[in-house]
Design a binder for this molecule. Structure first.
Ligand code: GLU
Length: 471
């Protein structure tokens, strides 16, 4: 892929703040960001907030939070379309003056009737050009009771084509494209028009966006040309499907990026996973953000829809957890332990992380596991005690208790030796002692390696809980 030598690479992410940053949006942002970073260009963030009914400040904040969490920093922006209204009006006035746009006084009812008429003869429903100026044409007299809309004078012959970075050559017959309304009766600009002016003013060289925008692209290209601007290169990425092949939605679980933060996924893993969702680099599945940027090539964006795979995300996240130092993990997990009512300060959290990370997929798994060491201790209930702590078990626990009190130190190796020596003298297998020990000192039947758990719990807690159990 050539990153057009003729102009500096500038990409943008242009979300409409009508909800949280969803996975599809985050992936579009990621590709645009990586494109800019790969070619040493700039990445612009633009908030498309002109839909006043549906845009909210909370949604703007949610998008900014999501971008920050993923660490997709913009070089420029956020720009807000609502703050650029005077600029859009200026461009509209300019187009009216140049004749590339015109006032249209047809009422909505009249336009609907035109569409109906077209439909009736099997043609594409469209505006019939009543107010479109043509050389030699006399326009109807201007009705003074009607506030006009402004329409773009769209080319009527030929095709509008582009070589899509993702989908390859795409072309639209200009006959299919209506004279688009670019300003409403109150003068406010319409969606496609704002996008065009922004892409122009912000000198965007490459637009990567969802393929739900393919139909907007020929309109935007034509307006850009009418403005004398060079259209950017466009790349339309297919949508993300749920595991069942349907469009990804809430039905499939979390769809907000920040929800994944809450669930204990690492931004590093989200980047890795989202990148692979519609882009590939050979058979590489696991890579860092830096590798992604250096490998990024839009030619390797997939033409077919990607499928969300929660199991794979877990696998990528588990891998990412292992790339972090236990210190780093401890810092990230501590607040999660607190939220679960635990006291992270009550344990050697770094050692706990070291013990748990091989068996955890998310930060929440780690927090949950860490409660064994720094959460409120709940002794085993009667049912579990009756099930596990029979006479033989209590006998073994008694031995362990006595000998553990005499241990000179309190290390995993020392505890492991002690357990093995008891097993040997008594001629029993590991579970015979390990399970009663777990139940007695953690209240649970399943824990990581018992000697590691005992060592991390510390001498006092272990001996006390054993004494309580045996009392
Ligand atoms: N604001 C549009 C959206 O959120 C994106 C427009 C664009 O990328 O051109 O779908």
């Amino acid at each position: 892929m050539t990153a057009t030598a003729s102009r500096p690479v500038r990409t943008r992410f242009a979300p409409s703040p009508t909800g949280y940053l969803h996975l599809g949006g985050a992936r579009t942002a990621l590709f645009s960001w990586a494109f800019a970073r790969h070619y040493g260009g700039s990445f612009v963030l633009r908030i498309e907030d002109t839909d006043l009914e549906r845009s909210t400040p909370e949604a703007v904040q949610a998008i900014l939070d999501g971008m920050q969490w993923l660490d997709l920093s913009a070089d420029e922006g956020p720009y807000y379309q609502m703050q650029r209204m005077s600029r859009y009006r200026e461009v509209i006035a300019d187009m009216l003056a140049k004749g590339t746009a015109y006032y249209c006084y047809s009422t909505p009812a009249e336009v609907e009737a035109m569409r109906e008429k077209a439909r009736a003869i099997g043609a594409k429903p469209r505006y019939d050009g009543t107010w479109r100026p043509e050389p030699g044409k006399t326009l109807p007299p201007v009705p003074d009771s009607i506030q006009p809309v402004v329409r773009f004078r769209s080319p009527q012959i030929g095709v509008t084509a582009w070589d899509d970075l993702v989908k390859g050559p795409i072309s639209f017959d200009n006959q299919e494209l209506d004279d688009l309304v670019i300003a409403r009766p109150d003068g406010t600009p319409t969606y496609n028009f704002c996008v065009v002016v922004d892409d122009w003013d912000m000198q965007i060289s490459h637009v990567i966006r969802g393929d739900d925008h393919v139909n907007n692209t020929p309109r935007q290209i034509n307006i850009l040309r009418a403005l004398g601007a060079e259209p950017p290169c466009y790349g339309h990425v297919p949508m993300i499907l749920g595991p069942d092949g349907e469009k990804l939605s809430k039905r499939h679980g979390a769809v907000s990026v920040m929800e994944y933060d809450r669930l204990g996924y690492l931004p590093e893993a989200m980047i890795n996973y989202l990148a692979r969702l519609g882009w590939s680099h050979g058979n590489d599945e696991l890579f860092t953000r830096e590798q992604f940027v250096s490998w990024f090539d839009p030619a390797h964006l997939s033409r077919s829809a990607a499928q969300w795979d929660p199991k794979k995300l877990n696998w990528v996240n588990a891998h990412a957890l292992r790339q972090l130092s236990p210190q780093d993990l401890a810092e990230r997990v501590a607040p999660r332990i607190q939220r679960r009512g635990g006291s992270p300060g009550n344990a050697d959290l770094v050692a706990v992380m070291e013990l748990l990370r091989e068996r955890s997929e998310t930060l929440e798994d780690l927090a949950e596991g860490a409660l064994l060491f720094c959460g409120p201790y709940t002794p085993a209930d009667t049912a579990l005690r009756t099930e596990v702590l029979d006479e033989t078990a209590l006998g073994l626990l008694r031995q362990f208790h006595t000998q553990a009190q005499a241990l000179p130190g309190w290390t995993e190796a020392g505890l492991d030796n002690l357990i093995k020596s008891i097993l040997k003298t008594e001629g029993v297998k590991m579970p015979k002692l390990a399970i009663p020990l777990r139940v007695a000192v953690t209240g649970q039947k399943h824990t990581p390696s018992i000697s590691a758990v005992l060592s991390l719990l510390g001498r006092n807690a272990v001996l006390q809980r054993l004494a309580d159990t045996l009392a």
